[in-house]
Design a protein around this ligand. Structure first.
Ligand code: NDP
Length: 475
């Protein structure tokens, strides 16, 4: 098993700390200990405005056919008051609250009580109990990887209902979209607040907690590294994957069903968005064990950024293209449709191959072949807080020799394809590529800052060997 092998290798490579090493252990890696003014200002901005941004986008589709400028124009010219818009906004309903509670409870049941069986019959799939990476405090957590199974069960039930049982309409998500937004917000805030209180009073692992002393920063970026309830309910793995990402494809299916209901057909643009985003979501669950080694799980603490973000931001803003296509059923010409499909598939190919190359390299400790050759790499070392020294390697072969984050470049190409499927009449569906560009560029910088403090001069050698971040020769 991949994670098992990695831990064994790490244990073989670590050695007892010397005095020098112990001094070095004061060098911290992981989330910041001190908050600069820019970070604090960004955090306050997001805490104040992110919920409003989500509301604005969804409301503009509901009341203004997805125009982002018309609501502003109405407000600025005095044609409408804020209260007019607010009064037209659907309120929280018992029905939506019921749907949402059932949805989250169902995902909890799938996550907690049905151990993975997919890895027993799907060749190449890594599921069941897996280990995460070493945390800054030197802990290795175990996870039950059963997201693919949860996704399959949920979607089989969805189709069984749509085509056979007819207990509810497949347009149910679209039809309750704004009332469900209130429920998602309630859960997002509740979870983030609970995580903060838990971090203070009953953390899962006190050594992996970080307190900056700034309430807003700690609330936003989280205190606990891997909050858990009991042995297995891991907040990060649950909230990021399910209900957020399992819901992503269901939300798109609900939009497609709405198009069918309204126009008697599903457009090729809607099919493209469903297929391309479906591939991305399935990829996520197929590689859920690999996800344990990504920044979200390995480096980010669990606060509002992940808690509220997973409950609200992700399901509402990552699905804007499908929502837009309900209001504007774009029919693409064959050449455009093929172009969008190709771009989406090329983006996905780069994203997957780049991620796979790093995973293979790390899993085999460099004893593998990348593009038919033995990979080249830079040896590096770092310390955990207990003063243990670890050795690691940064690969400079394959796509990792082209740029330091070529996986992000692939992700961005794929994201652009979803947006292009919606044509050029409105800016709203392009929010995703704008947001992903900001998110991934910021992530590059954040990750490199962290890697630089983790690896020190070894990181400098690496950036000299691979000088570009996203686009070879440009950036
Ligand atoms: P990466 O998978 O690129 O992981 C970065 C880490 O990999 C670094 O911190 C470092 O960790 C290690 N690393 C960096 N360079 C090398 C190298 N040359 N050789 C070996 N290891 C290296 O980043 P993310 O976790 O951010 O992203 C994973 C995927 O998820 C990406 O494809 C991204 O596009 C996608 N993503 C999608 C999002 C979405 O909202 N749709 C959001 C975020 C990510 P270490 O400390 O172990 O050395």
């Amino acid at each position: 098993m991949a994670a098992h092998q990695e831990k064994k290798l790490a244990q073989e490579r670590k050695h007892k700390p010397s005095q020098n090493d112990t001094q070095l252990s004061q060098v911290q890696w992981g989330r910041a200990w001190e908050v600069d003014w820019f970070s604090l200002a960004s955090i306050l901005f997001l805490l104040l405005f992110a919920p409003l941004i989500v509301y604005y986008f969804i409301m503009s589709c509901d009341q203004y056919q997805c125009s982002l400028t018309d609501p502003l124009r109405d407000l600025l010219t005095g044609n409408k008051h804020l209260s007019d818009i607010w009064n037209k906004t659907p309120a929280l309903t018992y029905r939506a609250a019921g749907i949402y509670c059932l949805w989250v409870a169902f995902q909890v049941v799938l996550y907690m009580f049905i151990p993975d069986f997919c890895h027993k019959f799907l060749p190449g799939y890594v599921g069941g109990v897996q280990e995460g990476a070493v945390t800054p405090a030197g802990v290795v957590n175990k996870y039950e990887i059963n997201g693919l199974q949860a996704w399959i069960i949920t979607h089989v039930l969805w189709f069984a209902n749509a085509y056979y049982f007819h207990f509810f309409s497949p347009t149910i998500i679209f039809d309750n979209w704004i009332p469900l937004l209130w429920c998602a917000n309630i859960l997002g805030y509740a979870v983030s607040t609970f995580a903060m209180i838990k971090g203070y009073f009953f953390p899962t692992n006190a050594k992996d907690c970080k307190f900056t002393g700034n309430f807003f920063y700690d609330y936003m970026m989280g205190i606990e590294f891997n909050p858990r309830i009991g042995r297995w309910f891991d907040f990060k793995l649950f909230f990021n994957g399910r209900p957020g990402i399992v819901a992503w494809t269901l939300i798109n299916l609900s939009y497609a069903a709405k198009q069918q209901e309204l126009y008697g057909q599903v457009t090729n643009s809607m099919i493209l968005v469903n297929v391309l985003q479906g591939i991305y979501v399935l990829d996520f669950f197929w590689n859920e064990a690999w996800y344990l080694k990504t920044i979200d799980i390995c480096h980010d603490h669990f606060g509002w950024y992940l808690g509220w973000g997973d409950c609200v931001w992700l399901p509402y803003l990552y699905t804007l293209q499908g929502l837009y296509l309900v209001y504007h059923p774009v029919r693409l010409g064959t050449a455009n449709a093929v172009g969008v499909l190709m771009l989406g598939l090329i983006g996905y190919y780069i994203f997957r191959v780049t991620n796979h190359q790093k995973d293979l390299f790390r899993r085999t400790d460099g004893n593998c072949r990348i593009w038919g050759k033995k990979p080249q790499y830079i040896e590096c070392s770092y310390m955990s807080v207990d003063g243990t020294k670890y050795y690691s390697k940064l690969m400079t072969s394959g796509f990792w020799g082209w740029a330091r984050h070529f996986n992000y470049t692939g992700d961005l190409l794929g994201s652009l394809a979803y947006c292009l499927a919606c044509g050029f009449a409105h800016i709203l569906p392009y929010f995703y590529i704008i947001y992903m560009t900001i998110l991934l560029t910021h992530r590059c910088i954040r990750d490199e800052h962290r890697c630089s403090s983790k690896y020190g001069k070894d990181w400098k050698h690496y950036t000299a060997a691979v000088p570009y971040r996203l686009i070879p020769g440009l950036f």
